[in-house]
Ligand binder design. Structure first.
Ligand SMILES: Cc1cc2nc3c(=O)[nH]c(=O)nc-3n(C[C@H](O)[C@H](O)[C@H](O)COP(=O)(O)O)c2cc1C
Length: 323
């Protein structure tokens, strides 16, 4: 079924943020099952997509149940981004998102990611070109500025207006400057200012860690939706908790110990199916602390798990937790 962009934003979506090496198909399923309204792939390199590299192709491959999912692409060259957007759109994503916010120096210095924020004219022309080349909605995820502007008058407000004029259908604002990386507190007031300047949906992002945060971010900014990144990695239940509260259903009960162990097991087995046993065991190591938080005897288990290399042994430890 075709994705109804306008209806989607009327429902105040709670969106899983794009995160490199995190938001693969397996993690998207984990979050969707726990209430994420839409998921975004990690950023995919435009040149890799055009060259047909397996890694890039895998990242944009969407299974039938992996919907709605948006594909995010990045690059420094407008024509190549347009070509990459054409390739990405063949996977029938909900929309194609342009990364204009990655602060990592190697990326931003090349002109990609937050590099576009330093060249607003070029960024608008690039967005216009990409919009003209795909029939899917094109969105932009960016930051409030580069950080060289000082704290007064961030460029995001004018930029949002111009991106709307360029045909961009929604904007996600990570409410920090590029210079800040992940430091300091996200300043949602810039999302509010930008949102008042445009009629397209604005999604507020940065430091949303709970249902209360999501409700407050929407109330304070009037934005159309929220996007959650890091909190989802430790607590993917955050989506259902946000959903329940935003839909007026009160506070969602916290996950039970059984749900916590079940999630660790579900994620491990899904990773095994996708990438094999060794990779699954390795990839899960960083997730147990969040998933098993508060489970009785978790500290002992968390100490043991990193040294275990065999998947059956991990499963045995997990199944023993609540026995
Ligand atoms: C591990 C990691 C990888 C990320 N990768 C991407 C990415 O591929 N594309 C992107 O636009 N943002 C990326 N981000 C930024 C997040 O999407 C988000 O904007 C940021 O973490 C702030 O939101 P949060 O406070 O909810 O985490 C990444 C963040 C993290 C922590």
């Amino acid at each position: 079924m075709a994705f109804d962009f306008d209806a989607f934003f009327r429902a105040r979506p709670v969106i899983l943020a794009p995160m490199e090496d995190v938001t693969d198909a397996v993690f998207r399923r984990v979050c969707r099952r726990r209430g994420a309204t839409l998921c975004v792939t990690e950023f995919v390199n435009a040149d890799g997509l055009i060259a047909g590299h397996d890694e890039a192709a895998d990242k944009v491959a969407l299974e039938a149940d992996d919907a709605p999912t948006a594909i995010q692409i990045y690059g420094a060259d407008p024509e190549r981004l347009a070509q990459a957007a054409e390739i990405a759109s063949r996977a029938e994503p909900a929309f194609v998102d342009l990364n204009c916010g990655c602060w990592v120096p190697k990326i931003a210095r090349s002109g990609a990611g937050a590099g576009w924020l330093g060249e607003p004219e070029a960024m608008i022309a690039m967005a216009k070109l990409v919009v003209s080349r795909v029939s899917h909605p094109v969105t932009v995820k960016t930051r409030i500025g580069t950080g060289r502007e000082g704290t007064e008058g961030m460029p995001i407000v004018d930029l949002a207006r111009r991106l709307e004029d360029a045909g961009v259908r929604a904007i996600t604002i990570h409410c920090r400057t590029a210079k800040k990386g992940h430091e300091g507190k996200a300043d949602w007031s810039w999302a509010r200012k930008a949102r008042h300047a445009v009629s397209i949906p604005v999604i507020v992002n940065g430091d949303i860690r709970s249902a209360d945060d999501a409700a407050r971010a929407l109330r304070e900014t009037g934005c159309a939706g929220v996007m959650i990144g890091r909190r989802a990695i430790e607590h993917p239940w955050v989506f259902r908790e946000c959903r329940r509260q935003l839909d007026g259903g009160g506070i969602h009960p916290i996950p039970t110990h059984e749900e916590r162990v079940a999630l660790a097991t579900e994620h491990l087995l899904a990773l095994r199916d996708a990438r094999g046993e060794r990779a699954a065991v390795r990839a899960m190591r960083g997730l147990y602390a969040g998933y098993l938080a508060g489970v009785p005897d978790a500290t002992t288990v968390l100490r043991r798990l990193p040294s275990i290399t065999s998947l059956p042994e991990v499963l045995e430890v997990l199944s023993g937790i609540l026995a």
